[in-house]
Design a protein around this ligand. Structure first.
Ligand code: PLP
Length: 389
């Protein structure tokens, strides 16, 4: 029945089970371990012969509620909560990849995802090819008989390129390759990659899902088989599980995701137009603008364009940095999806793991600035940009 609810209803009610005490809000199960009524029962739980909690690294009622809610929203059979978005990236990829396997990935991704793929996976004998996923022929050419996974974010952090999820998953499927999509920028409310053929979706739940800037967390969503693998083979032993307290905070944050996203998207649309018409701005990257290369996919795979904008001033690096420092209401900080509007400089901050040459190949210029539009009044945000210009 939860599958048939509208997403705003799912955000409030999905995954919730009535508490015996009558508490409206689910209690926080802040417990590391769970007791057994007998040694035999403990044995049965470890053997998987009896359902029930054992130890919070293996499962916890508060975390399970979050997992059920996010799975329903993404249209997944199951989900696993992780200690960070990076734990979600590594858990997803390690659930598929072993020594000798090959990964094809977008050449523009969040900086630490880039270093995980280019520095760490090769240490374990996984080969990685990076391509521009706008170019379907290039993705096809990169696939080899050893390729197990195609990985990309869309829209891309930081410059908001948009990739055609249905076309890429169809290509991957033809070759028996699984597709993993980082859906952090969109959330399941604006884009559902599993419905477009993806096999796994990951999130940095630090961002819009929690929405209040007070938690680091991640989610992995997919088939029951793959999520069991992620939980009981990878997370169990690598250990990057989410704390129940943080799961509880995300459950609280998610109830307002629908209303928060409408404000994020409407303000971002107005700010993108403002920047696009400003004589001191060179380029604006926002899929909601008709001039954006990915605009045709808006409506097809994304319901709205989201709350992140990137832009370049008609300035050199020093001029762009000086602009950032003149802002008074916008806060200089990495992250996105919070109530506070944030601005950052990807080349020296989120994408500093890239070498200058790699940044150039990925289209991350030295004067690119990234905005995460928050929940303040949009006129105040535009007035602050205007005084900084
Ligand atoms: N994926 C994307 C698209 C991100 O923007 C980030 C962080 O900014 C991550 C993954 C990593 O998430 P976390 O910081 O929660 O580990």
């Amino acid at each position: 029945m939860q599958d048939r609810w509208k997403q705003a209803t799912q955000l409030v009610h999905a995954g919730h089970e009535k508490d015996p005490s009558g508490a409206l809000v689910s209690p926080l199960y802040q417990s590391a371990t769970f007791t057994f009524t007998s040694a035999e029962q403990g044995g049965r739980r470890f053997a998987g012969d009896e359902p029930g909690y054992i130890y919070t690294r293996l499962g916890n009622p508060t975390t399970s509620e979050l997992e059920r809610k996010v799975a329903v929203l993404e249209g997944a059979q199951a989900a696993a909560a992780t200690a960070s978005g990076m734990a979600a990236v590594s858990t997803a990829l390690l659930s598929y990849l072993s020594q000798g396997d090959h990964l094809v990935a977008s050449n523009a991704v969040y900086g630490c995802t880039y270093s995980f793929m280019t520095e760490h996976l090769p240490r374990y004998g996984v080969k990685v090819s990076l391509v521009d996923c706008k170019d379907i022929a290039a993705v096809s050419a990169a696939i080899t008989p050893q390729t197990k996974v195609l990985f990309f974010e869309t829209p891309v952090n930081p410059h908001l390129d948009v990739f055609d999820i249905a076309a890429l998953t169809a290509l991957a499927r033809e070759h028996g390759v699984a597709t993993v999509v980082d859906n952090t920028f969109m959330t399941p409310l604006l884009q559902q990659p599993l419905k477009l053929g993806a096999d796994m979706v990951i999130h940095s739940a630090t961002k819009y899902l929690n929405g209040h800037g007070d938690v680091i967390a991640g989610m992995v969503c997919g088939s029951q088989e793959m999520i069991d693998k992620a939980k009981y083979e990878v997370l169990k032993d690598f250990g990057g599980v989410l704390s129940p307290r943080d799961a509880w905070l995300i459950l609280r944050g998610m109830k307002t995701l629908d209303v928060r996203l409408s404000r994020h998207c409407s303000s971002a649309g107005q700010i993108a137009e403002y920047l696009d018409n400003h004589p001191l701005v060179d380029k604006v990257y926002y899929p909601g603008l008709k001039t954006h290369k990915g605009h045709a996919l808006l409506g097809k795979q994304m319901k709205q364009a989201g709350g992140v904008i990137a832009f370049e001033l008609k300035q050199d690096l020093a001029g762009s940095i000086a602009f950032v420092n003149r802002l008074k209401l916008w806060t200089i900080a990495v992250s996105l999806g919070d109530a506070e509007s944030l601005i950052q400089h990807p080349a020296s901050m989120t994408h500093s793991p890239y070498s200058p040459e790699e940044r150039q190949a990925a289209g991350i210029t030295d004067n690119l600035l990234r905005l995460s539009v928050g929940l303040e009044d949009c006129e105040d945000l535009i007035a602050d940009l205007a005084q900084a210009f």
